[in-house]
Design a protein around this ligand. Structure first.
Ligand SMILES: Cc1cc2nc3c(=O)[nH]c(=O)nc-3n(C[C@H](O)[C@H](O)[C@H](O)COP(=O)(O)O)c2cc1C
Length: 401
């Protein structure tokens, strides 16, 4: 009997890990590893998850939690819960026009979707498919004129928030990508990658044929002759600008009059600088452990940053969030909202829009239970008193003491 690919464990997917397993079965290895992997020994990537697991919720009872509220305002946007789909490049390689599918799922769930600069679907296609315009993520590119054009495009579709990613001055090494020959231009490298793709007929049907064009939709004008993601690679690699400083925020402000958030802050001094130059928000992030390894997990970095700048800017966070309990922990530690990355990328790879909708619904249900059993009525009420050891240091929090 043919087993449905949606039942990887013999049962329906219930958690983000189940969607990860579905994605593993569906995707060519080079693509699964691209999403799943991190930089160097992946210690920070693992710590994002394991440190979050170590934070303990404080169970409270008999507090009348018959009304529990998740709706909240983030950067001027009303969200049904404090979750945002973070920018994940190349997702259109994981499922048919995946950015559109994910943005639709986000809209139906009442949360925001952030379109990555290096998406397959251009921002206009995503915006046309939804009535809630996506937020836009931008890198500080060497080609400033192109970056200005991208900001104009985001503005033209009504994007309310620009997320400027600032932790890519240089690019960390991802060993899995190297092992899979992602950078190899030799015929041998191409043959190996081609064999990997060809041995996944479902992917060939739904993405290689059904998801065309597989180009970087936001970058087509920059590299007009490029016809495949690998053809854009050189241009993208050359665009990361190591000379960027806080002064460049003024340039962004000249071209962007919406809300501005910087993503990739991990140190309290940088968070203070960000507040100083007048951004509206910071995303505490180590890029999902994909840039520098051996840096702190985001849950470890978050409390000090929230304490230092939380009154002046909105503090968002990402890294390792796999369920709604993780969301509640991040909020209790001072975040206003969390971004999810791999969680939605695996879901869209595993089951498209329905997968992303399901993951968001499960996270919302988790948040609801966590509110009820920590004795909180609203996500806006959450603070460290919802955590075991919440009145102590970060180390005591992580130890649940
Ligand atoms: C496959 C993949 C691609 C990503 N692409 C981008 C990107 O284009 N721009 C960006 O700012 N961050 C990018 N990120 C980082 C995410 O926005 C986010 O910081 C990270 O995934 C959070 O960790 P999590 O995956 O554990 O949730 C990417 C992450 C992954 C896993």
């Amino acid at each position: 009997m043919r087993r449905s690919p949606d039942r990887p464990l013999g049962v329906s997917p219930a958690t983000v890990s189940d969607y990860r397993e579905l994605a593993r079965r569906r995707l060519p290895r080079q693509l699964f590893d691209y999403v799943d992997g991190g930089a160097y020994e992946e210690a920070t990537m693992r710590a994002n998850v394991s440190d979050l697991e170590r934070v303990l919720l404080r169970q409270r009872v008999m507090r009348d939690v018959s009304v529990r509220e998740q709706a909240t305002e983030v950067l001027g946007q009303q969200l049904s819960c404090p979750i945002v789909l973070g920018p994940v490049g190349l997702t259109g390689m994981m499922a048919t026009r995946a950015e559109v599918q994910a943005a639709r799922a986000a809209e139906r769930a009442g949360v925001a979707f952030i379109e990555s600069t290096v998406s397959i679907c251009p921002i206009e296609e995503v915006a046309a498919a939804t009535s809630r315009p996506p937020w836009f993520q931008l890198y500080v590119m060497r080609d400033r004129a192109y970056a200005e054009d991208l900001m104009a495009r985001a503005r033209a579709v009504g994007s309310p928030v620009l997320v400027l990613t600032i932790d890519l001055a240089v690019v960390g090494a991802r060993h899995r990508d190297i092992r899979n020959g992602l950078g190899m231009t030799s015929s041998w490298g191409k043959l190996r990658r081609g064999f990997d793709l060809a041995s996944h007929p479902h992917w060939i049907r739904t993405v290689a044929l059904g998801g065309k064009p597989l180009t970087f939709g936001n970058l087509e004008k920059a590299v007009p002759e490029a016809r495949s993601p690998s053809a854009f690679r050189e241009w993208v690699d050359a665009q990361f600008d190591p000379s960027v400083t806080w002064k460049d925020i003024a340039w962004v402000r000249e071209h962007w009059d919406g809300r501005l958030v910087v993503k990739g802050v991990l140190d309290v001094e940088d968070a203070r600088q960000a507040a100083e130059v007048g951004v509206d928000g910071v995303v505490v992030s180590n890029h999902g452990g994909r840039q520098l390894d051996s840096v702190p997990s985001t849950v470890r970095a978050l409390p000090e940053i929230a304490d230092a700048v939380g009154e002046r800017v909105e503090v968002l966070v990402d890294g390792g969030v796999r369920n709604g309990l993780d969301v509640v922990k991040m909020l209790a530690l001072g975040a206003r909202a969390v971004l999810i990355g791999r969680a939605w990328a695996w879901a869209v790879a595993g089951r498209g829009e329905a997968g992303v909708r399901h993951v968001l619904a499960v996270m919302k249900a988790d948040i609801d239970v966590a509110l009820g059993l920590t004795g909180c009525r609203s996500v806006n009420e959450l603070d460290r008193s919802a955590l075991v050891g919440g009145d102590g240091t970060v180390d005591s929090l992580l130890a649940g003491e």
